[in-house]
Design a binder for this molecule. Structure first.
Ligand code: AMP
Length: 176
């Protein structure tokens, strides 16, 4: 399958004023629908941390799941979901974090990550970084070690990476 990063980038669709006025939404569905582009992105995210002894991939609901699961398969390791409240059936750890307006909450099963386990967080887009920062806090509360953060798109002009601490960070595509 023949595509390069520029070809993948060309498939990212800008949707102005979605889901709210003033937001330029990066729609990745054309990337997901293209087999060569999907393969490129999954490999890029997995390869960025292939030498880091990652033991488990964590994906953040909902679009994070789409990329995190194939990245876990590509790396030959398991997948753990971080979900919106009320979705996980077993005992959970909960983290509430601030949004521009209001708050949001994420949950993870308390037994999903073992103490000391090396975790790779995978998500579609880093915007303000609030969601990924909350995921880091949840993983660390379970004793996990965030060994990397891999995202398809970094909206770098929003400065989200600064909220993510010291963990190695990789984005396939960056908008400055
Ligand atoms: P944030 O917590 O601000 O980093 O963003 C939370 C989530 O919102 C990201 O994981 C994306 O799925 C989504 N998101 C935020 N801004 C955008 C955008 N401009 N385009 C596409 N997705 C976005």
């Amino acid at each position: 399958m023949d595509i390069d990063l520029a070809g993948v980038e060309a498939l990212i669709r800008d949707i102005p004023d979605f889901p709210a006025p003033g937001v330029l939404f990066k729609d990745i569905t054309p990337v997901l629908a293209n087999p060569a582009a999907l393969d490129f992105v999954v490999r890029d995210l997995a390869m960025a941390f292939s030498d880091d002894e990652i033991e488990v991939v964590v994906g953040i609901e909902a679009r994070g799941f789409i990329l995190a699961t194939p990245v876990a398969i590509e790396m030959g390791i398991g997948f753990v979901p971080i979900r919106k409240p009320g979705k996980l059936p077993h005992a959970v750890e909960t983290e509430t974090y601030d949004l521009e307006y209001g708050t949001d909450t994420l949950e993870v099963h308390t037994d999903a990550i073992e103490p000391g386990q090396r975790v790779l967080i995978v998500d579609d887009v880093i915007a303000t970084g609030g969601t990924a920062a909350a995921a880091i806090r949840l993983i660390e509360r379970l004793g996990g070690q965030v060994a990397g953060i891999a995202v398809f798109i970094d909206l770098a002009f929003l400065g989200g990476k600064a909220k993510l601490g010291e963990a190695p960070f990789h984005a396939s595509v960056r908008y400055d």
